[in-house]
Write a protein that binds this ligand. Structure first.
Ligand code: BGC
Length: 416
């Protein structure tokens, strides 16, 4: 065969195989709509495209995913489930209990997921012993993001206690800056509340109140103090906070308008997307009082039952790509999270990523690792939403701290 003929043949084979696989497509419902998040979605879309899998985008904005979950429910009710859905913790379990999710056991066994995905994540990726979701990452929510130049200008070191944290914010405010960048949306209020509960009460209290839903803990003086700290934080937030998206709050820290933001490490995705480097222009440290603990959430792709064999193949190809070590590095560098596998070296990650990976492992070994209430990993969606309502009503001045704690007890009781 001449060289020319060979070339023609391989071109024909290539054309054939591309047509065959181009029919494979995933429709992905997710809430990754900020700049950093969109960049992270891009790495997933490109990885799938390289494997011949098409991408139909179904974005629904709103951190914590409440709005995305409402859209999902409507789609499923209409008999039109997307093939893959970004999902958090207890929601995965709820959908699996309804029998709506596909079984990924064969792929998981072939690729040894049991050995590399940490137990804390498997608790949510599996239902009744079967794999139903592919974890993309581990986020952690008890972080403070800080503008380094502003810290230097104000002569502030990283605070190591609640009192130092408050003093730093007072200094920022006195100098005419916004001390705490925050967006008044229920899930953001809940995200900072999560850290106040851990910071005031410590791990055992967090477990009792947020996970075990013990009414004595929910209505305790410790909980009242957590709400009081929310009032202190409220005092450091600017007047325009209501309804502000989280990434716009991050932008305030990025551009030096604000000193701190308390947010999950998806905020790092925004700094990175703006071309900034951890340890240089910005810093990360644990919310003072929560050191030694990690409150986590893991984005996972739940695969919905579909009957079309091409769609099923595309789902498996996507799940396989998501769990591959190369993708876990590429995606998480951009997303701000850390890998969902325990066998990935940390040396390619920045200072915050390396700290995050080390602290995650340490917390898992020392009983300091807890699911984030605000992000669906401490209790079921019904309870989480009931908590959101009380936390937000209090943050907006509807209740004082003692009333809020009492309301929390009632709301959680009704939601169960
Ligand atoms: C998700 C993150 C996302 C954040 C803000 C969290 O619930 O786990 O992946 O970046 O919400 O949208």
């Amino acid at each position: 065969m001449t060289m020319m003929k060979k070339l023609h043949m391989s071109a024909a084979i290539l054309a054939l195989s591309t047509t065959a696989v181009a029919a494979q497509e995933v429709e992905v419902l997710h809430w990754w709509t900020s700049g950093g998040e969109a960049a992270a979605v891009g790495t997933l879309r490109d990885t799938l495209a390289a494997g011949g899998i098409g991408w139909q985008d179904m974005p629904v904005a709103g951190g914590g995913g409440s709005d995305a979950m409402t859209v999902l429910r409507a789609r499923v009710t209409a008999g039109d489930a997307p093939t893959a859905v970004q999902m958090l913790g207890f929601s995965i379990q709820d959908w699996a209990a309804e029998g709506a999710l596909a079984n990924l056991d064969a792929l998981a066994a072939e690729q040894g997921w049991n050995d590399v995905v940490p137990a804390a994540l498997q608790a949510f990726s599996t239902y009744d012993g079967h794999w139903v979701a592919a974890p993309v990452n581990v986020h952690s929510t008890n972080w403070v993001w800080a503008n380094s130049a502003l810290m230097a200008e104000l002569g502030i070191e990283q605070p190591t206690s609640w009192e130092e944290f408050v003093a730093a914010m007072e200094a920022a405010e006195a100098a005419g800056h916004v001390a705490l960048a925050h967006g008044g949306q229920a899930w953001q209020d809940a995200t900072i509340f999560n850290s106040m509960v851990m910071g005031v009460g410590g791990p055992d209290f967090y477990q009792a109140a947020m996970v075990d839903l013990d009414p004595a803990a929910l209505g305790s003086d410790t909980m009242v103090e957590a709400f009081q700290r929310m009032e202190t934080l409220r005092g450091f937030v600017d007047d325009n906070f209501s309804g502000r998206d989280w990434n716009l709050a991050t932008a305030m820290v990025i551009n030096g308008e604000a000193l701190f933001q308390i947010m999950g490490d998806w905020a790092k995705g925004e700094f990175v997307n703006a071309g900034l480097t951890a340890g240089n222009e910005f810093q990360c440290f644990r919310v003072p009082g929560t050191e030694g603990t990690v409150t986590f959430n893991s984005d996972q792709f739940a695969m919905f039952n579909v009957s079309d064999p091409a769609a099923q193949e595309a789902q498996l190809a996507m799940a396989s790509a998501v769990l591959s070590p190369e993708f876990q590095v590429a995606f998480n560098l951009v997303k701000g999270s850390v890998p969902a596998r325990t066998d990935i070296p940390s040396d390619q990650f920045d200072a915050c990523g390396q700290m995050g990976m080390a602290q995650l492992a340490e917390a898992a070994a020392n009983g300091g690792l807890f699911g984030s209430m605000a992000h669906g990993h401490a209790n079921p969606p019904a309870v989480q939403n009931a908590m959101y309502d009380v936390i937000t009503a209090h943050f907006n001045g509807e209740y004082d701290a003692a009333t809020a704690a009492a309301e929390l007890v009632t709301a959680v009781e009704i939601a169960q």
